[in-house]
Design a protein around this ligand. Sequence first.
Ligand code: ADP
Ligand code: F6P
Length: 328
Amino acid sequence: MANKIKKIGVLTSGGDAPGMNAAIRAVVRACTHYNIECIGIYEGYRGLIENWVVPLDARSVANTINKGGTFLRTARCMEFMEKAGRKIAYNTLITNNIDALVVIGGDGSFRGALKLNEEFNFPVAGVPGTIDNDINGTDFTIGYDTALNTVIEAVDKIRDTASSHNRLFLVEVMGRDAGDIAINSGIGAGAEEILIPERSDLGIERLINSLDASQKSGKTSSIIIVAEGKTGMSVFEMREYLNKHRPDYDVRVTVLGHTQRGGSPSCRDRVIATKLSVGAVDALMNGRTNIMSAIQNNKQVIVDLTVALSKDRKINEELLRVAHISSL
Ligand code: ADP
Ligand code: F6P
């Protein structure tokens, strides 16, 4: 069936992630490939409400693949959460003759895209972009690999000073509801312990037992990776607790924070971003909607946005086992 799409809009939404520029670039170049127009929307859904748009052609995205952040900028837009806001956004799409929309973002952004389709029958495709790697149906999200590399580079440095001073470091990493960054950076950086939101039973008492066992085995310093949020205690509360109950440990805290969201994307993130984005445009051109372009077993595939939004994701127990064994 001939496809009527002549112009695709692209936006980045929610938390930024390294590789979002590579994703925008690939959407634009895929539009060039299909000989259709591409239009960038600034600041996520806010740009749709405010009509902040810019035509993009193949040359306008030159020298962007290596840049962190997103040149279209991103936002969290409360107005789009309401139907009235989405109606304004829809009108902007129509006014600009946009036939389909690629949304590069996390699950919140996909929820918004799905609503746009449900309410106005507008074709949408999602490209998973978030450092958290917390989207169901894809093995990887854009930005996750770069964030992991940022974390291990920082922890390697912390390890130098930790071992020089026989100290215990609590290193907080991002991942609002997901322990992926913590587990994988913890294994990669050789952390003694990893605390994640999915397993609140991996709490402070168990941590102390584990630290004691490490000490007995001859370790003189330790790195504990703590995922932010929902681990029961903040890193600062943990430090207080340890200072009070185990003053023999010399505890320091490092919060890596937004350093994890910046920087030039890794090669892996650039490649993933490019594959995912070309796949999203292919899908729209083939008449698909309400889909997410995903990576499964190293292949680009298409899954329903509803799959992407389901809360089925489970923590990889095998990785936890490997983390435990490798830290003995
Ligand atoms: P992320 O996409 O990284 O998960 P957010 O959860 O902050 O980030 O969502 C980004 C934006 O997507 C929100 O600011 C809002 O504009 C839109 N959005 C999120 N959830 C919904 C929803 N349930 N309905 C409509 N829009 C939503
Ligand atoms: O979702 C990506 C993320 O970086 C989370 O890991 C973190 O909890 C959150 O965004 C931080 O959001 P903000 O930049 O609004 O502080």
